[in-house]
Design a protein around this ligand. Structure first.
Ligand code: ASP
Length: 716
């Protein structure tokens, strides 16, 4: 295996300053390349940088993995992974039926052979990284249009990934953009494709408090689950097969059942997904005025529809569970962000900083003249997005909310893209991704429910009808203007389409675009008519991306000349470290929220009515004070969750919360409502992450549900 580590680029990166200005104290999702520079000891971490990451030996990072969009950690030599309940949720849902309801009842694999396959789950472990900025950027030429620029950079990144995968068979390569338009890093990952569910608590523990408590503190949610990664008998990465054997990680994390207390230092390693701290005031304005409110409206409506449909029939509720939960999570987060952006006056603050930068540029026009239009040009892109936003955001939802249209889009898109050379295809249809894409499609089809889909389609058509620009989309205005009622149109399309049938979809997957055109299915036919409009939108997005890519690159350059403080690249799904303390916070005047909850609070919140139901075995164990060795020494009870001042975002779900000595003492799963704004701006005063205490995890598994062999495996 090739182990590459290029420090040169990181030195370059260090010189760059973020447009969002100097970092707040303790802000930071540090790339692993920064470990030697951030003063681990000063921050209370007792490990040396090379004990955390060492490309040429074993280190803590070998025990951390990415589980789909979440993070997990290996907690045994046999590939046992601890992550969140909400990260394993899809696997739990897919394994559930109304008769065998793993969501409601939970799941314990009594032995290895009972572990359940988690379809379409993958696990990655970061092995190495290398700077490829110059290789990527060398293909961008001044004479290119912005669309050509995006396509060229995209193609180059794919070529580098394919070359790296060829050199490192079985591994996965990804080129990540660190600073937009500036720096690119190739990450190599060990890539495991057989993942199984080992233990899930009932959803009443794993998501105790439901959406009412989501993004809130105090919290009493046992948001954890156990999974296991498998390889072929020869240790190589392989698709699921019964004869596969548990993966042997190079390193696993020591589980420290002694836990933590207030004031202790903790750090997290994980794969934070996306932050937008390095964006301009004009971006914030677009988010605040257009995108976030639209998301809130569209998602809250869809959640209501799914809940209504599921209320009458448990098997329908199970089908909708994953989608409904994930929309609800984003909907509430978006509401939190809208409140937070206003409260923190983020747009105004960024405007002030940008005015200062513009004055600096204007004062040195001879030398900096080339930057004078950077900020207005970025502003113009977001201005256009603001004007086009209502149509574009609703169009995108039209091919997502009604699942039949989503299936039809994937089929048409796949057939179109498959006809192109591999590197020119959209990423989901490249050979390396195609089987996952089609597997996901078939899993989604399995969750299809006609009556809900009819409501979704009708709701989307009603919404689009109110947006005058829908008339630009001929197949859409044709349907809206047809004189038939929208409900009738939706009912006919849904009842006549066969795209809810997995066998038919499987059949369609084999068809070329010409064959699909000849297929007599109304949803497919309508999508074939709509498809050129979706392509136009995709090209428009790429053109904007190309423009912003170049402009943000310039912005970073000039910002670098203006400021000399620290910087960090936005989160982009690559491995980061963040450090903080277990500590209280004050969300509003005169209220201080302390950082540790206990099982007593769980009892106080339990009403017996969803989402505040606590399973009887848990209630009994609390009432009998059967805490085993897991009581908090100072509090005398089992702790449930805790708060800490790290810098996290989505994707850090499932990250290990690690003590100063490198031992696992909890599992990260959320942030406070005030901290939803983290994605735009971090602040020590209100940014708190939330984790489940490992003592609660061990107590639930062993004392409450008696799965002692699992806790023995974890504590070995
Ligand atoms: N619970 C969160 C999520 O699902 C994790 C976070 O964003 O902090 O995205």
């Amino acid at each position: 295996m090739r182990m590459v580590k290029t420090m040169a680029m990181w030195l370059v990166l260090l010189l760059i300053v973020s447009i969002s200005g100097p970092l707040s104290a303790d802000e930071g999702m540090f790339p692993i390349s920064e470990l030697g520079k951030i003063g681990l000891a000063k921050r209370g971490i007792e490990l040396k940088p090379e004990e955390i990451f060492n490309a040429d030996g074993t280190s803590l990072v070998d025990g951390i993995c990415r589980v789909n969009g979440c993070t997990g950690s290996f907690v045994s030599a046999d590939g046992l992974i601890i992550t969140n309940h909400h990260c394993a949720f899809d696997a739990i849902q897919k394994g559930s039926t109304a008769q065998r309801d793993l969501l409601t009842d939970g799941f314990i694999a009594a032995k290895r052979g009972d572990e359940i396959r988690a379809p379409n789950y993958t696990v990655r472990i970061t092995e190495s990284y290398t700077d490829v900025s110059s290789e990527v950027l060398s293909v961008a030429k001044p004479e290119m249009t912005f669309l050509e620029r995006t396509k060229a950079l995209d193609r180059r990144r794919k070529e580098l990934e394919l070359a790296a995968e060829k050199d490192n068979p079985g591994m996965r390569a990804e080129v990540a953009e660190m600073f937009v338009g500036k720096t690119y890093v190739l990450f190599l990952y060990t890539y495991l494709k057989d993942v199984r569910l080992v233990f899930a608590p009932p959803v009443s523990i794993g998501a105790f408090g439901g959406e009412l408590d989501n993004w809130e503190w105090p919290r009493h949610t046992g948001d954890f689950s156990l999974m296991r990664a498998y390889t072929a008998p020869d240790g190589k990465s392989a698709e699921y097969a019964p004869e596969n054997i548990p993966y042997r990680p190079k390193r696993f994390l020591k589980v420290q059942s002694a836990g933590i207390d207030e004031g202790d230092t903790v750090f997290l390693l994980g794969y934070p997904g996306r932050t937008v701290r390095n964006r301009t005031a004009s971006f914030v304005r677009y988010e605040q005025n257009v995108r976030l409110p639209t998301i809130v409206e569209l998602y809250s409506w869809q959640i209501q529809e799914m809940e209504r449909a599921g209320a009458k029939d448990r098997s329908v509720a199970i089908k909708h569970a994953t989608r409904s939960k994930s929309l609800a999570n984003v909907e509430k987060r978006s509401r939190g962000q809208l409140i937070g952006l206003k409260k923190a006056d983020t747009e105004v603050q960024r405007l002030a900083r940008e005015a200062d930068l513009q004055a600096f540029i204007n004062s040195r026009s001879a030398e900096l003249g080339k930057y004078k239009d950077v900020l207005p040009s970025i502003g113009a892109v977001y201005e256009e997005m603001t004007i086009r936003g209502p149509l574009e955001l609703h169009l995108r939802e039209l091919r997502t909310a009604p699942r039949l249209l989503s299936f039809a889009f994937t089929l048409v898109d796949a057939a179109t893209e498959r006809a192109k050379p591999d590197v020119e295809r959209e990423a989901p249809y490249m050979d390396r991704n195609l089987s996952q894409t089609t597997q996901q499609l078939l899993l989604d089809v399995g969750d299809w429910h006609g009556p809900t889909d009819q409501r979704m389609l009708s709701g989307m058509l009603q919404r689009l009808k109110r947006i005058p620009e829908h008339e630009e989309i001929e197949p859409l205005s044709r349907v809206i203007k047809s004189g038939d009622s929208i409900d009738g149109i939706a009912a006919t399309l849904v009842s006549k389409s066969r795209l809810g049938d997995p066998a038919f979809v499987q059949e369609c997957l084999k068809r070329s675009i010409t064959e699909l055109k000849a297929t007599d299915d109304p949803a497919l036919q309508w999508m074939i008519d709509l498809y050129p409009h979706f392509l136009k939108l995709r090209e428009k997005e790429k053109e904007r991306e190309g423009k912003l890519n170049q402009l943000y690159g310039d912005l970073i350059e000039v910002q670098q000349l203006r400021e000399s403080s620290g910087f960090l690249p936005d989160a982009n799904g690559t491995l980061r470290l963040t450090v903080g303390k277990v500590e209280a916070y004050s969300p509003v005047d005169a209220i201080v929220k302390t950082p540790i909850t206990t099982v007593d609070g769980l009892l106080e919140k339990t009403t017996g009515v969803d989402p505040f139901i606590t399973p009887t075995p848990v209630l009994k164990a609390i009432q009998e004070k059967r805490y085993g060795p897991f009581a908090h020494p100072r509090l005398g009870k089992v702790p449930v969750a805790f708060l800490y001042s790290t810098d996290t975002t989505g994707g850090n779900s499932g990250s290990p919360v690690i003590n100063a000595r490198g031992e696992l003492i909890g599992v990260n799963f959320d942030r406070t409502f005030e901290a939803t704004i983290n994605d735009f701006a971090w602040d020590r005063r209100y940014s708190r992450s939330i984790g489940v205490d490992i003592r609660f995890v061990l107590w639930i598994i062993s004392e409450v549900y008696g799965a002692k062999s699992l806790t023995e495996e974890m504590l070995r």
